[in-house]
Design a protein around this ligand. Structure first.
Ligand SMILES: Nc1ncnc2c1ncn2[C@@H]1O[C@H](COP(=O)(O)OP(=O)(O)OP(=O)(O)O)[C@@H](O)[C@H]1O
Length: 773
């Protein structure tokens, strides 16, 4: 690059940095003033509220004053929020004011624009930096030089893209600068990808690729599906997408209205800094387990990890068949049909009981339910029953208030307990009898509180028994009746012990919602599911039902389906067709991302050779060949681990030793702990650390490490077809280095593939070797 051009650009950086400093100082001053102002208003607000409230006139006047003060406080807070956000954005810009420049010609006029993480505007309305999400900034990501178009709220605009330049600015100095015709210059991307990994994910704002950009900027479809190979930037793209959506619907959309279903808490923590680094608040995040447990209070739900580990022990074909059936969309249809047609005598009503005494009997409840016309929908009938039950209980409460039990209870009250029940009603009764009746009713209600709660919580129908009744009435084709009956017995037993498998938990939630009309959240506007390959059809349908207003973004990689044989890849229909059939009402937009950016080319090529079916394509980043270290038995392998690990730790910040199961990880950790500092990652781990991490593969989902050591890729450990995906997933967690260890014979999955690797069969080679990242 011409030295002179570099000087000119550096001068501009200096100028922009000065402006940022200047704006930071004035924002800090304004913020200080705003804070003092708010405190003043709040102090007066407090004084106003203390005014004598006894007289009606005074009270009205005080109320008006309070309302006025409240508005003032709200205004002051709003002003402060705007200033705080501005300050936050200025701080972000201060680190690196921009990363791109485009020169365009529009209607014969030429303009130069600089693109950064947020806008910077001078007091004279000069745009020194454009936010990357501004409509015009899309030219930076999309257009190659020549005629180009960008969309604005009032239509598309045609321009001529004359020039595109990219910067890497660190501490206000341009360290790299490229002119390019490509979407994003190779050199900048290479540079980013060669960096060492971190305990937190970074944003990709400066180097978003065209295919990713389409996902980020899509605002029209209500079902956006991204099928992307390992490391193709799915997670990165959705986080950028959240930032984009928040920017474009600033007035209407809040981060609280966006929810992401993430694979585990470790992953939630790993991605937690991306949105703040883009100047945005984090969206809500929930793991599937937390969501299910929240909706089945008092039950333990078997996690996907536990299910995986159980399947490893034993998964008979018929068990898989039954699970597939119960997780299919046709199962959900059967459930809906059953509920629509079920006569009331098939609904298992429950007695409402208090300390062993039946307060409202199940026959009575059934009579109420039956008396309501079946022209009403199921939830309407249910709500009417509920209302009738509350009325009935109120009558019972009144009757109960007149019993000796309550009379006795009142006599036993201390003076202060009595007055506490009266509360602010004290002194307002016309007679003592009125006061007494009031206290008696309150006490009776308190005694019956558990029954009220039971009605509010819909416990008068046994949902779990309804589910078992439903299962019992089914005769699924192709499944041996005896095996199906046994599975029902298993579900009943689980329910008895207050534990549920995911399959049953999802079906029961559906059943409860359809019956009671509850369970829907209308505030969520966008729902993201990462690792959708682990979600069954019935679960996806349930999420769409539970968040009816939400637009869905589903991301996944069929090749990483560690837990399930996802229904979307069964049969001959494509995943796109299957999802459209699952959600016929939704406008689907389907994207494939096949370039993997995470790993070096040698590692990605290795992963591709292991899983021939994957469409993964390597991004051309150079690196060393994966290494295979083979030993006769586990004893030898374990003895060699400290040497193998130290070699990797020499040049890599984070080294992950990845096993197939949790038990293996735990065993290795306890064995290596005396010799090497390490962190064992379990389902409970919330954050990553640098150094050596040991974990089972299902906890490494979505994460990446500088160096990965795949533990014992032997014939006994990795045998069948599903294990190909495991090796693929383990390998694709590595950024720069991949080592495979083997005790005994190498798995056929690797041996019979044309994967390229370097074989090291003696420890001295390892000790002598250097890791050349
Ligand atoms: N456009 C890009 N510019 C820079 N880095 C990128 C880009 N796209 C992806 N990456 C990097 O590639 C790595 C993988 O990205 P990400 O984790 O988003 O992929 P993924 O598809 O979700 O992967 P997986 O399914 O394997 O978990 C990350 O380090 C990310 O920063």
């Amino acid at each position: 690059m011409d030295k002179k051009i570099l000087e000119v650009e550096q001068k501009r950086v200096d100028y922009v940095v000065d402006e940022i400093k200047h704006q930071l100082t004035s924002t800090a001053e304004q913020l200080g003033k705003a804070l003092t102002e708010r405190r003043k208003v709040e102090a007066t607000y407090g004084d106003t509220a203390k005014v004598n409230l006894a007289e009606v006139d005074d009270r009205m006047e005080t109320n008006a004053a309070i309302q006025q003060q409240k508005q003032l406080v709200a205004l002051a807070v709003e002003n402060e929020t705007i200033l705080t956000n501005r300050e936050k954005n200025l701080h972000l810009l201060q680190k690196s004011p921009y990363f791109g420049r485009i020169d365009i010609a529009e209607d014969g006029e030429q303009e130069t624009l600089y693109i950064g993480t947020s806008s910077l505007i001078t007091s004279d309305d000069e745009f020194l930096v454009y936010d990357w999400r501004a409509p015009i900034s899309s030219l930076y990501y999309n257009g190659t030089l020549g005629p180009a178009t960008y969309d604005t709220p009032v239509g598309s605009v045609d321009v001529e893209l004359l020039h595109k330049r990219q910067f890497k600015i660190v501490h206000n100095q341009i360290v790299k600068m490229f002119d390019t015709n490509e979407t994003v210059a190779d050199d900048v991307l290479q540079d980013m990808l060669s960096e060492q990994s971190d305990t937190h994910m970074k944003n990709i704002v400066a180097t978003v690729q065209q295919a990713q950009n389409e996902i980020i900027r899509n605002t029209t479809s209500d079902l956006l599906v991204v099928e992307g190979v390992a490391g193709s930037g799915k997670t990165s793209a959705i986080l950028q997408r959240v930032a984009y959506l928040l920017y474009h619907a600033r007035e209407k959309l809040d981060a609280e209205q966006i929810i992401l279903f993430s694979p585990n808490n470790l992953f939630s923590n790993y991605i937690a800094e991306v949105l703040p680094s883009l100047g945005e608040k984090n969206m809500r995040q929930v793991t599937l387990m937390d969501f299910l447990e929240h909706r089945h209070r008092g039950f333990t739900i078997e996690s996907l990890f536990e299910r995986f580990e159980r399947d490893q022990q034993n998964l008979p074909t018929v068990t898989r068949q039954i699970r597939d059936f119960k997780e299919s969309s046709s199962f959900v249809k059967l459930l809906e049909e059953y509920l629509r047609q079920t006569p009331s005598d098939l609904l298992p009503f429950s007695n409402l009981v208090l300390h062993g005494e039946v307060i409202i009997g199940k026959d009575e409840i059934k009579a109420i339910y039956t008396s309501i016309s079946n022209r009403f929908s199921l939830p309407e009938r249910f709500t009417q029953t509920k209302n009738a039950l509350i009325k009935l209980l109120q009558n019972r409460t009144r009757a109960y208030a007149k019993t000796n039990t309550i009379e006795q209870a009142i006599e036993n009250l201390t003076d202060s307990e009595y007055r506490q029940i009266l509360g602010d009603k004290e002194g307002s009764f016309a007679s003592y009898d009125d006061e007494y009746s009031f206290v008696a009713y309150r006490l009776a209600k308190r005694h019956l509180k558990l029954v009220y709660d039971a009605i509010y919580n819909d416990y008068f129908v046994d949902i779990y028994q309804t589910y078992l009744n439903f299962l019992n009435h089914l005769e699924p084709a192709g499944i041996a009746p005896k095996a199906f009956k046994e599975s029902i017995y298993q579900s009943a037993n689980d329910i008895e012990l207050h534990r549920l498998r995911i399959t049953d938990a999802v079906a029961i939630m559906f059943l409860r919602d359809l019956l009671t009309g509850s369970g829907q959240n209308h505030t969520i506007m966008y729902l993201f599911v990462d690792e959708m390959q682990d979600y069954s059809a019935s679960l996806l349908l349930y999420l769409a039902h539970a968040f009816p207003k939400a637009k869905l973004t589903l991301l996944g990689d069929q090749s990483q389906s560690i837990f399930t044989d996802n229904p979307t890849r069964k049969g001959t229909t494509s995943q796109e067709q299957t999802l459209q059939q699952l959600f016929p009402q939704k406008r689907l937009n389907y994207h494939e991302l096949n370039t993997s950016y995470r790993s070096t080319k040698t590692i990605t090529d290795f992963a591709k050779a292991i899983l021939a079916a994957s469409k993964i394509e390597a991004y051309s980043r150079a690196g060393t060949l994966p290494t295979l270290v083979q030993f006769n038995d586990e004893e030898q392998l374990n003895a060699a681990y400290p040497t193998i690990i130290r070699r990797e730790l020499r040049n890599n910040k984070i080294v992950a030793l990845i096993t197939k199961t949790a038990a293996e990880a735990k065993g290795l950790a306890s064995q290596l702990a005396p010799t090497i500092e390490l962190t064992l990652i379990t389902a409970k781990t919330r954050s990553l650390k640098e150094g050596l991490l040991i974990m089972p593969i299902y906890l490494a989902k979505g994460l990446e490490f500088d160096s990965v050591i795949a533990h014992n890729v032997s014939t006994t450990n990795f045998t069948d077809h599903a294990d190909e995906e495991l090796i693929y997933t383990i390998a694709s967690r590595a950024l720069h280095r991949l080592t495979l260890t083997v005790a005994g014979t190498l798995s056929k999955i690797v041996a019979d593939s044309n994967a390229e690797y370097e074989l090291l069969d003696n420890l001295q080679t390892i000790e002598g070797g250097t890791s050349n990242v």
